[in-house]
Ligand binder design. Structure first.
Ligand SMILES: [Zn+2]
Ligand SMILES: [Zn+2]
Ligand SMILES: [Zn+2]
Length: 345
């Protein structure tokens, strides 16, 4: 070892090297047994149990062994060494129990995963008991499966370790269904959020009015400007206008848009906490009927009410208001769409 490597270690290094490490290329690296024993308990055992002062570290390129010994002295590993010998250093750190180097390699190797090497690294990570790296590999295989499937590594594993392959396939499967569940959940949340916004618009239209619809007792503003939930509000206003004029409803025929309006009114009533002063039509009537269980579907409405409230709470907790507005604008369809999708029967 050169002197520069000794700087960061203890006074034990003052002495001459008293041991040699033999590599597979025949290279002998002089070293201090006290240093090696201090950093690696496995080397400590070997040193204590051997009369001979030569420790063979074979099976990896000698430059990798040099990098390993260098790390034992100065706890450092360059990017270049990581690039060239990251995998070998991972194995050495595992075999000789050097946890900090193992962590470093686990990270270093995971940053350098490719379609070509990911299956080999995955197997290695399992052998070396490196769970972080193992998981990272699994995820890589899952996201780039079409390409990974074509590699030699994958084919080799197919022949030699079908059990591991099964495990990987199972992981991919679970990841897929996890993603699907997440997508479904997001879609539902956005629907409930739209409903919640629909209710909010309904309330503000009934209280002070918006661009084209306002309560009879409210004077029209000179130039009514759209509110900040413009799109949703527009949809609700159209629904209200339709509800007021619909001939099919008046003639006693079922009308799906009227039914939607009806549902929105009922949903408002079920979340409204001041029915006595509320300006939304039928709010109090719905409340009374619900108290006497005259509306039917109680359980369904309770659940819906809960989901709408929690979607609302979640969104106001997790996103700043402006962001939420943007997300809403991007969300699938308008409130009219949400109301269309919203079916209880
Ligand atoms: Zn409005
Ligand atoms: Zn109608
Ligand atoms: Zn109300």
């Amino acid at each position: 070892m050169e002197d520069k490597n000794h700087n960061s270690t203890s006074a034990a290094v003052i002495s001459e090297p008293d041991i040699q490490i033999l590599t597979s290329g025949g290279l002998r690296i002089p070293a201090h047994s006290s240093i090696l024993a201090m950093v690696s308990p496995v080397l400590e055992n070997i040193i204590e149990s051997r009369a001979k002062r030569v420790i063979p570290i074979l099976g990896v390129p000698c430059d990798a062994v040099s990098a390993f010994v260098e790390y034992l002295y100065n706890s450092r590993c360059t990017e270049e060494q990581m690039e060239k010998y990251g995998i070998q250093l991972l194995v050495l750190s595992h075999v000789y129990l050097v946890p900090r180097l193992k962590q470093r390699c686990s990270r270093g190797v995971s940053e350098r995963l490719t379609v070509e090497n990911v299956v080999d690294v995955l197997q290695l990570a399992r052998l070396c008991d490196a769970p972080d790296l193992y998981l990272k590999c699994l995820k890589q295989v899952a996201t780039r499966f079409k390409s990974v499937e074509q590699t030699e590594g994958w084919n080799f594993m197919q022949d030699h370790d079908p059990w591991l392959q099964l495990q990987i396939l199972r992981f991919i499967n679970e990841a897929e269904s996890r993603k699907k569940r997440m997508r479904r959940h997001k879609k539902e949340q956005s629907l409930y959020l739209q409903l919640s916004d629909g209710i909010e618009c309904l309330e503000h239209i009934c209280r002070e009015g918006c661009t084209t619809v306002r309560p009879c007792n409210v004077e029209p503003a000179k130039r009514p400007s759209p509110c900040h939930k413009h799109n949703t509000c527009e949809g609700v206003q159209m629904l209200i206008k339709h509800f007021a004029l619909c001939k099919r409803r008046a003639n006693g025929f079922g009308c799906s848009r009227c039914k939607r309006m009806w549902q929105l009114l009922r949903l408002h009533s079920s979340v409204c906490d001041h029915p006595d002063s509320c300006r939304v039509p039928l709010c109090r009537q719905f409340k009374l009927k619900a108290q006497h269980h005259e509306l039917g579907d109680d359980a369904k409405w309770k659940l819906l009410e809960k989901k709408v409230s929690s979607a609302k709470a979640m969104s106001s907790l997790s996103l700043p208001k402006r962001k939420r507005e943007e997300e809403l604008r991007d969300a699938v369809g308008s409130t009219a769409q949400a109301l269309k999708t919203f079916r209880l029967c």
